[in-house]
Design a protein around this ligand. Structure first.
Ligand SMILES: NC(=O)c1ccc[n+]([C@@H]2O[C@H](COP(=O)([O-])OP(=O)(O)OC[C@H]3O[C@@H](n4cnc5c(N)ncnc54)[C@H](O)[C@@H]3O)[C@@H](O)[C@H]2O)c1
Length: 350
């Protein structure tokens, strides 16, 4: 496999690159990134160290996904078998601060990828990381409120792909627009595109921020609270009972590879991909888990709900199970442990 990963120095991209290099699943792995994300340079340095343990060296191209010449140049030179398109503006909050920037990175950037492939390498598979935000705030779900979470009144496996799309927030619009372009380029131009709709991916190499990466962010707050019990309280938006399913990055990476391996069945399709109902957690449940795990009492204050925050999103992975032969394997407990370890290491890197 000759793989190009846009956003390959980010959280998911660097884990995917490392997996492909380590498993010898690809004979060539190129990461394309403008290094704008905090931590991207550290991830690139880490990827470069892998060749000392016998892996093929990673190739790095500094480029901007918004620039059609940058994208065309790398795709024409590499003629990749697959592009994992992960470069993006990734936070809902910052999309509200700058909708134009969000649009340019997520929509124009994705069109640059699709047009380049259409014109120059039409057999190249393109796997795109979309978002649960394409489903709006899912107000139609019949939820009950318990002491710690919202959950559907009737037991169910989660939200499947038949739910109507409804784009909320600039981030939802830009991810949703790119998601639909991906599907349309399969329908109309015969490209081999696949769309994954994720909510929470978590794990090592994520430089979580207040705006994105809530599991890593709250694990860091807990570690810092343990080290310094008198630190100021952190904040929780909404009532903390909103539920997401936690997809460990190692499972996400296997899913991206599975999309390429099953491209004949997967092309032109969108998949909801998450950790599944058994790996779901509310914010409050994560905080309580961390209190027990680290033996501490967390101190936090409440902020208003974030715009269009879904009270419940859990991916129904059945379609991915059927067509990609994929299912998540990492339990939330194992995954949180890996984040606690990563956050301690990350503190020494920044
Ligand atoms: N992590 C999650 O929980 C999650 C959930 C849903 C969807 N996604 C999507 O998955 C993809 C990867 O997410 P992530 O968590 O690894 O994010 P990330 O921010 O860690 O990685 C994105 C990478 O893209 C790069 N980038 C940003 N703008 C760029 C530009 N203009 N040109 C070139 N590179 C640019 C950044 O430097 C960064 O390295 C994103 O598209 C994101 O929207 C992630």
């Amino acid at each position: 496999m000759n793989a190009l990963i846009t956003g390959g120095c980010g959280f998911v991209g660097s884990n995917l690159a490392a997996y492909l290099l380590d498993a010898n699943a690809a004979n060539r792995v190129t990461v394309f990134d403008n290094l704008s994300r905090h931590g991207a340079c550290a991830n690139l340095s880490w990827l470069r160290t892998l060749s000392t343990s016998g892996c093929n060296p990673v190739e790095f191209i500094h480029g901007d996904i918004r620039n059609a010449f940058d994208v065309e140049g790398v795709v024409k030179a590499l003629r990749p078998d697959v592009i994992f398109h992960l470069a993006g503006q990734v936070a809902m909050t910052t999309s509200i601060e700058s909708p134009r920037r969000d649009f340019e990175i997520n929509v124009l950037g994705s069109i640059n990828v699709l047009e380049t492939v259409r014109l120059h390498t039409p057999k190249t598979a393109v796997v795109y990381a979309s978002s649960n935000k394409v489903y709006g705030n899912l107000d139609h779900l019949d939820l009950v409120e318990t002491e710690t979470r919202y959950q559907p009144r009737a037991s169910q496996n989660g939200v499947d792909e038949s739910v109507a799309i409804e784009f909320h927030t600039p981030y939802g619009c830009s991810k949703g627009a790119a998601d639909q372009y991906m599907l349309d380029y399969a329908r109309g131009f015969g490209l081999n595109t696949v769309v994954f709709r994720h909510s929470t991916i978590y794990g090592g190499r994520q430089f979580a921020t207040y705006d994105q990466g809530w599991v890593g962010w709250f694990c860091r707050q807990a570690i810092e609270s343990k080290a310094n019990p008198s630190r100021p309280p952190f904040t929780v938006s909404g009532d903390g009972k909103q539920v997401r399913d936690l997809l460990h990055v190692s499972d996400a990476v296997r899913c991206y590879v599975a999309a390429y391996e099953h491209i004949a069945d997967a092309r032109g399709a969108a998949f909801n991909i998450g950790g599944g109902i058994e790996n779901s957690m509310s914010l409050l449940e994560l905080l309580r888990y961390l209190e027990q795990r680290l033996d501490l009492k967390l101190s936090y204050t409440r902020l208003p709900w974030r715009q269009s925050d879904q009270k419940f999103f859990v991916a129904d992975n059945a379609k991915a199970g059927r067509l990609l032969e994929w299912r998540p394997a990492t339990s939330k407990e194992e995954g949180i442990e890996s984040v606690l370890n990563w956050e301690k290491l990350a503190a020494t890197l920044s």
